[in-house]
Design a binder for this molecule. Structure first.
Ligand SMILES: Cc1ncc(COP(=O)(O)O)c(C=O)c1O
Length: 348
């Protein structure tokens, strides 16, 4: 099925290898050595986040497990606290436990942001507190900077490290009146993704102090993640840092315009009502099955992919889907998105 336009992918180019290669070509000269792009990427991310060192990983899944493993070995504690819908729990088959023997203590409500009181209620010594910015599976809600700072302070005072799941930190920064370095300063370790908003091919970077990153490098090798020739992934990410990173505020503004139109129309509504980042959820008065069938028909008939998948709801007559505005999302006007959503029942 040819996807001509998509509201559920950041952009088209990532799905086209020839387009990816065309954009990467200008970054490699006859003098480029295989190790150069990875080093440049690590240095740029470390500088942007204001951390002494950063390390490339083939995936965020590996980078975060390694960060938690290092924090556990350092503190001698094997439990970490995180939101009940943390990516580590929901999408990674509990690798933290299966591979590293770590335990998750879920903190707070499944559908709300984690709070300082939720952390205080944990009641057992923690190796780390993990904060996902924004919290993807609840619609990209973003804690206030003050709440974040209070949680980080509490964690440090209780002897735990503070780790940022920054898969979408590039987008989250637009929701704060703070620089990347000011946000990252709240955390001991920060993971960022190279392929979501940045439109790279794959990969992740973990940033932190020298000692932590040196230990992380050992675990990266143990897990088979010390990919010597990772330069194509690094080059694709460098393209993204130059071309896409400066556009994050534009994506958030467009997400806000789309959400405002959806909410004004009233057939569906969004959470959050006003997105703080380019990510939000649209809640539909349709069952999950009907929404998926209607979206499949829409794609068949028009080449427009409105949603990747519909999310279930405790009320089986309702469901929701995620919108993540990137270059592709900018192609959709608010009025068009409203009409596409309202037209779903007629396509079931
Ligand atoms: C919030 C969050 N954390 C971590 C990851 C893991 O990243 P990777 O796919 O590189 O393993 C993802 C991937 O979607 C994510 O959304």
């Amino acid at each position: 099925m040819e996807i001509r336009r998509s509201l559920s992918h950041h952009s088209g180019p990532r799905r086209s290898p020839s387009e990816v290669l065309r954009r990467m070509a200008g970054y490699v000269t006859p003098h480029t050595r295989p190790e150069d792009p990875v080093r440049e990427l690590e240095e740029r991310v470390a500088a942007l986040l204001g951390k002494p060192r950063a390390l490339f990983f083939p995936s965020g899944t590996m980078a975060q497990q390694v960060a938690l493993r290092v924090h556990a070995e350092r503190t001698g504690r094997w439990t970490f606290a995180a939101h009940p819908q943390t990516h580590l729990q929901v999408w990674e088959n509990q690798g933290y436990s299966a591979v590293h023997g770590l335990r998750l203590h879920p903190a707070g409500d499944r559908h709300e942001l984690m709070t300082l009181d939720d952390l205080k209620a944990v009641g057992e010594p923690l190796a780390a507190v993990v904060v996902e910015l924004p919290q993807r599976d609840i619609g990209g809600l973003l804690p206030s900077f003050e709440d974040l700072a209070a949680q980080a302070k509490w964690a440090r005072e209780s002897g735990a490290a503070v780790h940022c799941d920054g898969a979408r930190l590039w987008e989250a920064q637009t929701g704060y009146d703070a620089t990347f370095a000011e946000i990252a300063a709240l955390f001991d370790t920060v993971y960022v993704s190279l392929y979501k908003a940045l439109e790279g091919v794959r990969g992740a970077v973990l940033a932190g102090d020298d000692e932590t990153i040196a230990q992380a490098a050992v675990w990266r090798r143990r897990l088979g993640g010390a990919v010597v020739d990772a330069w194509p992934l690094a080059v694709a990410a460098l393209v993204g840092m130059d071309e896409v990173l400066p556009r994050m505020a534009e994506f958030t503004a467009h997400a806000q315009a789309l959400a405002a139109a959806i909410n004004a129309d009233g057939f569906a509504h969004t959470t959050p009502q006003v997105p703080a980042t380019p990510l939000f959820h649209v809640h539909l008065p349709l069952s999950r099955e009907d929404a998926q069938r209607a979206a499949a028909h829409l794609l068949q008939e028009t080449g427009i992919r409105l949603l990747l998948y519909a999310r279930s709801n405790p009320d089986p007559r309702r469901c929701s889907f995620e919108v993540s505005v990137g270059i592709s999302g900018l192609e959709f006007t608010p009025g068009e998105v409203v009409e596409l959503i309202k037209g779903l029942p007629s396509r079931v």
